[in-house]
Design a protein around this ligand. Structure first.
Ligand SMILES: Cc1cc2nc3c(=O)[nH]c(=O)nc-3n(C[C@H](O)[C@H](O)[C@H](O)COP(=O)(O)OP(=O)(O)OC[C@H]3O[C@@H](n4cnc5c(N)ncnc54)[C@H](O)[C@@H]3O)c2cc1C
Length: 377
């Protein structure tokens, strides 16, 4: 590889690395993204693409301001990316309906509703009649439904690819099939990375390797509690549109309507594995849960199955910030189930930090690389 010096080296070409590359390149920095496979082949390819800023949070969390801000800036980012790249990212803003499949879930959903209702009058509790009017194919045997009009969705892989292409329009180099073996630093200053194709030098390195970030960071003295959570999804195609909004059940199953009458059904959750084979058990449980919510799904045509590895952390919060002992080394990983939603804001925050600015609008102390977290979950 040519021995060029970059303003910033980004390790990992998922949605997070590509969003940061886009922001930095747009601001005039020379950037290289190093991806061991292809762009958007990790969790960012597998995601259902929900922008669940409200559906994901049932009580207060330091992530809420970030999630709401990211959802708010999504439409302008999508417009900008589509204009720069010509890629249709499939932003749909028809809301999300959260439903309860048992009496117990109904109580939890009611509390979830009360939490958001106090802050956002647009959030609605739906009677079964109102639900049927909105979504006639959804079963009537439910124990509650809440409509979150602000929670939209995108096509996750297209978003990541658009970030990467837009970054390259601003001069970023996207280097696929280039694994980073180690981070390099000297006397408290990052110096670059060692790759399969040699050394790349830079005073700024941003680690965005998703669930694979732990091993690269460990030699720097920080052992982050981040672990893989495999998620399986499947898709079917229907003759006519069955639903217009995303339906998300408290039983952990969601159905996301995509262009062309495709329905993405997700997702299973299996901790502690990096293997990505799709299990019959997983598919069976998804189909059972989905058909309990949307009985006519059995009439659909089979399309595909896949899986991805979510980067989970012990306290459920991502790591965002500079290494406390190594100047110029930044972390942006651990976005678990919300990396698509959080990608625009993560790009802005990390680009600000790399430029030496402090991100003023939101308190980032909860995302610090050295925060004290429980060691097990
Ligand atoms: C089934 C499923 C459904 C999901 N649904 C949603 C959803 O609806 N909404 C939402 O917001 N989020 C969702 N998520 C979560 C979201 O996908 C993740 O939070 C997000 O993709 C994380 O992005 P990332 O860039 O950090 O990680 P990844 O996309 O995993 O990218 C990390 C990249 O780093 C590369 N890499 C690793 N090690 C190295 C190395 N040493 N050198 C070079 N490259 C390296 C990997 O190959 C990978 O491409 C879902 C996830 C799954 C699995």
């Amino acid at each position: 590889m040519e021995n060029k010096r970059y303003d910033a080296v980004i390790v990992g070409g998922g949605v997070i690395g590509c969003s940061i590359a886009f922001q930095l390149a747009k601001r005039g920095a020379s950037v290289i993204v190093l991806e061991k496979q292809e762009i958007a082949q990790g969790a960012s390819r597998a995601a259902a693409g929900m922008l669940g800023a409200q559906s994901e949070f049932t009580t207060d969390s330091p992530l809420i301001p970030l999630a709401l801000k990211s959802r708010e800036i999504f439409p302008s980012i999508v417009e900008e990316l589509e204009e720069l790249t010509g890629i249709d990212i499939g932003l749909v803003q028809r809301g999300l309906i959260k439903v309860a499949c048992s009496k117990e879930d109904g109580v939890a959903l009611e509390q979830h509703y009360q939490f958001w209702k106090q802050q956002d009058p647009s959030v609605q509790w739906l009677s079964m009649k109102e639900l049927q009017e909105r979504e006639p194919h959804v079963t009537e045997t439910l124990y509650g439904a809440m409509y979150l009009p602000g929670d939209g969705q995108v096509r996750a892989a297209d978003l990541s690819i658009a970030f990467a292409k837009a970054a390259s329009r601003f001069g970023a180099v996207i280097k696929e099939y280039t694994e980073v073996y180690s981070l390099l630093w000297e006397r408290g200053q990052v110096k670059g990375v060692e790759t399969a194709e040699g050394r790349i030098t830079s005073d700024n390195v941003i680690l965005c390797a998703g669930a694979w970030s732990k091993q690269l960071l460990k030699p720097t003295g920080i052992d982050v509690p981040i672990f893989p959570v495999k998620g399986e999804c499947l898709s079917v195609v229907t003759e006519i549109p069955f639903i217009t909004s995303t339906i998300f059940a408290n039983n952990g199953c969601y159905i996301v309507p995509k262009k062309g009458n495709r329905l993405v059904i997700g997702a299973t959750s299996q901790e502690g594995t990096f293997h990505q084979k799709v299990s019959v058990k997983g598919v069976q449980s998804l189909l059972e849960r989905a058909s309990a919510i949307l009985p006519s799904i059995v009439e659909a045509h089979w399309e595909n199955v896949w899986s991805g590895i979510r980067p989970q952390t012990s306290d459920g919060l991502p790591y965002l910030g500079e290494h406390p002992d190594i100047k110029g080394l930044f972390g942006a990983f651990g976005h678990y189930r919300n990396g698509i939603l959080l990608s625009p804001i993560t790009g802005v925050i990390i680009a600000d930090l790399v430029e030496g600015k402090t991100y003023e609008s939101i308190d980032l102390s909860s995302f610090h690389l050295l925060r004290v977290v429980p060691t097990s979950m």
